[in-house]
Structure formats: structure tokens, C-alpha cells
Ligand binder design. Structure first.
Ligand code: SAM
Ligand code: SF4
Length: 475
């Protein structure tokens, strides 16, 4: 499809493809960065304005160290000024790895005869969710291969099952999904089960590369995948996550294409994606792509900073695919969510010797295998507030990131207090002694920093109720 801006403005572009490779390259090639221009663009973002494609292209083309530092400093400032210190934690739970696609980068591809195929039985699912709850997890993302077994009813049943599992004080309060795209009816069925975010990554927005990487199976249809979240929106799921797998094609192209995707959803549905993910490709079983477009550590940290500035009110998810030191650096650029205590092997959260034999057969390698408590401990030491907050989703406050960004006082009134309450719960129920001590100190410090005494009184009151055994208190 040839993209024309005039056509783009019409409301009938929903459910239509919206990526024009040539147009994206034109934006990149026409960008002429200077330090002054970069500074102006960064300032626009700091003034709480979204960047357009041309402005983002300027940041993508900035190569001089001086300009790169302006970008990174801008992202740090935006994070500090707007979002504060909260980092939301979650864990992925791989439910099944049967797959009929052949994505060349993925260990689950159908042609990989080495892969041990497994779908968690209901009992195993419950055991794994209990194990996650025993560590203190409250937010999960369920991950599925693309296979007829994992139809909409199966996914919806799995979600309902997960919500039912309770272990002591443990419960899962938000279940997100990363699975194949469905038709509108399928998305409706899944929506009814009470999911949080539905994620579908385009992997690469570049048409030719997409065809090369997706050899066979349903996923080889570029446009069906591209319009997946339009169908999700039509089905009533207004909380969606987009993403690209960095390393398949030029990272600058992918960033602009992600931005085009944001524009498309905003134009058609009046709401952008809740989150953007930017996994970097990792080694996997039978991985068979060249590494021409591999993204270096420096490029990766830069692309996260650019993304932060381009879409200042969208949640950014960083995963355990990244090593510890990279995670630390990009957290300062405004990533809002990270996974922790992650295990990608099917069934590995529950200690089951039979399943443990599969340990080397995960989808790809992760680089940060610290426990949830270790991650929380380091976040606290680095002055971040670990949060398991699910309040907006459960109170029906949709467009959470947008409100955090644009409603004055929203973070002070809701997000920080809720983060502190979920941290207090974690400390009471799961933290090691030394993490607990650091955690209480951080809570005290954060309460001291709160400007409005009314909030301090209310948070203190709820914390003392948590210490007496009450749970799930939020604003
Ligand atoms: N099967 C569904 C799909 O393809 O959308 C969902 C599950 S898939 C396992 C989730 C994501 O894992 C993919 O969207 C892809 O971005 C990512 N992934 C696959 N292979 C990877 C690799 N070698 N390194 C890093 N991420 C990978
Ligand atoms: Fe299957 Fe998803 Fe892996 Fe592709 S990325 S092979 S669809 S699990």
C-alpha cells in the first residue's frame, strides 16, 4: 500500500495496513540533525508534547556524542520530572510452546525438532502460578506459541484459571497476554476473561525482512499481524502492547515504524498503545539469521532514550533478555516496567524434576536470571520504588500512562502511594530480612518526601492495616 497523509487522516483507515517502507526511509534520510535542532526537539518532549515522525527521525540520525548526550540527558530528565521513581514488576509465564509458524529467530518454530513441546496441564498451571505467588508476583504475562490448541477459548480459560489461584496472601491481580493475533470474535472471547494488556509484536515492520524471517504459517501474513490490534480494539480491548524485535532490520526504521503504529492507533481509536516492547534478539535453538542488523549496547540504550522522548506517555517494557548492566542504564531513561525472577522454560517456576529436564530448551536465552527479591533489593538500593500496582486497571481508570503524564498530581495522588502500599505488602509477605529493612527505610523516606500531608496520613493508615494482615489496599 502506498501511504498518503491525506488518506491517513480519514477515519476509515482502521483495520487497514499503514506502513509504507519508502515513506519511513524518506523521513530518516531527510533528517538533518544539528545540536540546536536536537535541543529544540528534546525540549518539545520535556514540555510534554509528543514528537512527530520528522522530529523523531532527527534524533535517530544524531550521531555526534554531544547530540547523543542531549538525547540521553533529555530522557533522564523526562523520567525524573514526570514519572518519578516507580518501576512496575511482572513475570512472564510460558503456557505452551507448540507452534505452527516458522519464525527463523525463535526456538519454538515448527521446524525445530529439538524443541520439547509442552502445554501446561491445568494442575501444572496452578502449581506454577502458586510458585510465582510464593515469590510475591502479582502481575503476569501469559505467553503462548501460535497453534490451534491455543484458541481464544483456551486462552480465556487459562486466564480465568490463573485469577482463581490463591496461595496464602498471594494472588495474581493482572494477567496480560502475549499470543497470536485473533479475529474480532476471538479477541472478544479473550477480553471477557478480564485480561490486562494484549501484546502482539510486529517483530519487524520492514516488509521484505518480514517475509524472509517468517517462512511459513499464519504469521507469514504481514498485514494480518499488522492489523491485529485494530481487531483487538474493535473487540473492546483498549489496552494493547506493540513491539519490535530489534536485530532483524535497521533499528532506526523500526523505531519510526513503531511511532507510525502509535499514530495509527491514536488516529483510529483515540488511544495509543499502553506499552511498547523492544526486545533485542537473543540466541535461540536453530537460530539461522545473520547478524547484519545486530543492535550494539550503545545503540540500544540510545534507542530507548529516543523512544522515551518520542512517546513520552507510553509505558516502556524492558525484559530479562537484557543483561543487568544494560537494564540499570536504561531504567534511568524511563522504562516503566521490567520482568523479574523470570524463567522461560515451560513449567520451570514449579519445582518439578520431570520439567526440569527441559531447562536447556527454552525459547531463547535470558541474560538476567536474578530472583525477584534480588531485583527488588537492587531497585531499592538504587532509590527506585518497586511496584506491583494494579489499581488503575481494577478501578477502570483506563489510559493510565496518559493520565500519569498529563493529569497534574496524578502520580502523587495515586501511583506513588499505591507503589508504596504494594511494596509494604511485599515486605510483609516475601522479602528477605535485609531487603525488608531497606524497603521500610525507602518507604519512610518516600513518605517524608511527600508534600501533601493528607496523602501521608492515608498511606500510613493503610500501611498499618497491611502490617495487621489486611491486603490489597489501594487508591
Ligand atoms: N507466538 C506468539 C507470537 O509470536 O507473537 C507469542 C509468543 S512469542 C514466544 C513472544 C515474542 O518472543 C515474539 O513476539 C518475539 O518478539 C520474541 N522472540 C522470539 N524469538 C526471540 C529471540 N530469539 N530473542 C528474543 N526474543 C524473541
Ligand atoms: Fe511461534 Fe511465536 Fe516463536 Fe514465531 S515467535 S515460532 S509464532 S512462538
Amino acid at each position: 500500500m502506498k501511504f498518503t497523509p491525506e488518506k491517513y487522516k480519514l477515519p476509515d483507515v482502521s483495520m487497514q495496513p499503514f506502513i509504507d517502507d519508502e515513506e519511513i526511509w524518506e523521513f530518516i534520510n531527510q533528517a538533518k540533525p544539528t545540536p540546536e535542532l536536537v535541543e529544540t526537539i528534546v525540549q518539545k518532549s520535556l514540555n510534554k508534547n509528543r514528537l512527530n515522525m520528522a522530529e523523531t527521525a532527527v534524533l535517530l540520525q544524531a550521531r555526534e556524542p554531544e547530540m547523543i548526550e542531549l538525547i540521553k540527558q533529555g530522557a533522564r530528565e523526562l523520567k525524573e520530572k514526570v514519572y518519578g521513581k516507580r518501576i512496575v514488576l511482572f513475570a512472564p509465564l510460558y503456557v505452551g510452546n507448540y507452534c505452527s509458524n516458522n519464525c527463523r529467530y525463535c526456538g519454538f518454530k515448527a521446524s525445530n525438532k529439538e524443541a520439547i513441546r509442552k502445554t501446561l496441564t491445568k494442575e501444572e498451571l496452578i502449581e506454577n502460578v502458586k510458585a510465582l505467588e510464593e515469590h510475591g508476583q502479582k502481575r503476569l504475562i501469559l505467553v503462548f506459541g501460535e497453534h490451534r490448541t491455543y484458541n481464544a477459548e483456551f486462552i480465556a480459560d487459562t486466564v480465568r484459571e490463573v485469577y482463581k489461584v490463591k496461595k496464602d496472601h498471594g494472588e495474581i491481580r493482572r494477567v496480560n497476554i502475549n499470543a497470536a493475533p485473533f479475529d474480532i470474535e476471538g479477541f472478544k472471547t479473550i477480553h471477557e476473561s478480564g485480561i490486562g494488556t494484549y501484546q502482539v509484536f510486529q517483530e519487524t515492520y520492514h516488509h521484505e525482512t518480514y517475509t524472509v524471517c517468517h517462512v511459513s504459517g499464519k504469521k507469514s501474513d504481514y498485514n494480518y499481524r499488522l492489523t491485529a490490534l485494530d481487531r483487538a480494539m474493535e473487540a473492546g480491548i483498549d489496552d494493547v502492547g506493540i513491539g519490535a524485535l530489534f536485530g532483524l532490520y535497521d533499528w532506526r526504521f523500526e523505531i519510526l515504524a513503531l511511532l507510525r503504529h502509535v499514530n495509527h492507533l491514536e488516529a483510529c481509536y483515540n488511544v495509543g498503545p499502553h506499552t511498547i516492547s523492544f526486545p533485542r534478539i537473543q540466541d535461540a535453538l536453530e537460530y539461522d539469521l545473520d547478524n547484519k542488523h545486530q543492535v550494539s549496547d550503545e545503540e540500544f540504550t540510545r534507542l530507548v532514550a529516543i523512544l522515551r522522548l518520542a512517546v513520552p506517555y507510553t509505558g516502556l517494557i524492558l525484559t530479562a533478555r537484557e543483561p543487568h548492566h544494560i537494564r540499570r542504564e536504561v531504567l534511568a531513561f524511563g522504562c516503566s516496567q521490567i520482568d523479574a525472577g523470570t524463567k522461560l522454560e515451560i513449567g520451570a517456576y514449579a519445582e518439578n524434576p520431570e520439567i526440569d529436564q527441559n531447562l536447556s530448551k527454552e525459547q531463547f536465552k535470558i541474560n538476567d536470571d536474578r530472583t525477584l527479591n534480588e531485583v527488588i533489593d537492587e531497585l531499592i538500593e538504587s532509590d527506585y520504588i518497586p511496584s506491583f500496582c494494579t489499581a488503575c486497571y481494577r478501578k477502570g481508570r483506563t489510559g493510565q500512562h496518559f493520565m500519569e503524564f498529563s493529569v497534574p498530581g496524578f502520580i502523587k495522588k495515586f501511583c506513588t502511594p499505591n507503589a508504596l502500599l504494594t511494596l509494604a505488602e511485599y515486605i510483609e509477605d516475601y522479602a528477605t530480612e535485609s531487603t525488608a529493612a531497606k524497603g521500610w527505610a525507602l518507604i519512610e523516606k518516600s513518605l517524608d518526601e511527600m508534600e501533601d500531608d493528607r496523602y501521608v496520613i492515608q498511606v500510613r493508615d493503610r500501611i498499618s492495616r497491611i502490617r495487621q494482615g489486611e491486603r490489597d489496599l489501594y487508591f
